[in-house]
Design a protein around this ligand. Sequence first.
Ligand code: SF4
Ligand code: SF4
Length: 291
Amino acid sequence: MKVAIASGKGGTGKTTVSAALTSVWNRPVIAVDLDVEAPNLHLFLKPQIVGQQKAHIEVPVADESKCSYCRACAELCQFKAISVFGNVLLTFTDMCHGCGGCLAICPEKALLPGQRELGEILWGQADDNRFLMGRSRIGEAMSPPLMRAVKKKLQVMLHESPADVLIDAPPGVSCPAVNAAMDADVIVLVTEPTPFGLYDLQLAHEAFLPLGKPMGIVINRAGLGEDKVYNFCRSKDLPIWAQIPYDCRIAVAYSHSRIVADVSPQFKALFMGLADKINQAGVIAGTVCHA
Ligand code: SF4
Ligand code: SF4
């Protein structure tokens, strides 16, 4: 079973939940940080990194001596990553999505495959669990290609030894967040009972609903604010799987990069209960047969 832990906005406690769930999961699991622009799951799980590799995307490199300035490449590229002005050919490789279309269409073979570094992929062991993360190169504007590379590595790890997968997804509801959630069997949405929390939960619900996956809510900082988040969950038949109290001990644990489930038996039980709810949703969805 693959579980995506997502949220409509950053700072709701998504990584706190991901780390705690990993620590209480009762089957072999790979914890994956797909929040490649700002990965921080490793700060809590403290994995021993055993391997890493750079990830690249294929971008065009022009050999202008062969170019006839026919403009076919510029007209094809939907991302404006190539422009032709008279007898000048310009490539903007930071905007290239690596589709390879311009290389295929060029009649003069004036475009050759080059590489742009996307970032790096790191993997290792965190206690009994395996760990995998992507980390974007500073200045890299696109995260989905690196996320795809991380997912490819995940397939290799799953092939080596099957396991459940807990994905710390990027925050928000844009392409990277949906990209992380689309392969999941179950989606956990972390929110907080505040106007911002409600607004972003509504967006997240709207974005993820078309994926047709079982979804449940974790309310972090429960007791902090108002009850509109609860009303929204009720109105959309969204089950509340766990409520993490607004408790100073959690803030202290976070500031020391500690896993919240380790703070007290009460918190451990809370996350074990959440794991049960996720597994039940997986059973109903037909993705867990051994819960
Ligand atoms: S398609 Fe090839 S020949 Fe035509 S403008 Fe682009 S690089 Fe030059
Ligand atoms: S590879 Fe695709 S995205 Fe990149 S410049 Fe060529 S056509 Fe544009």
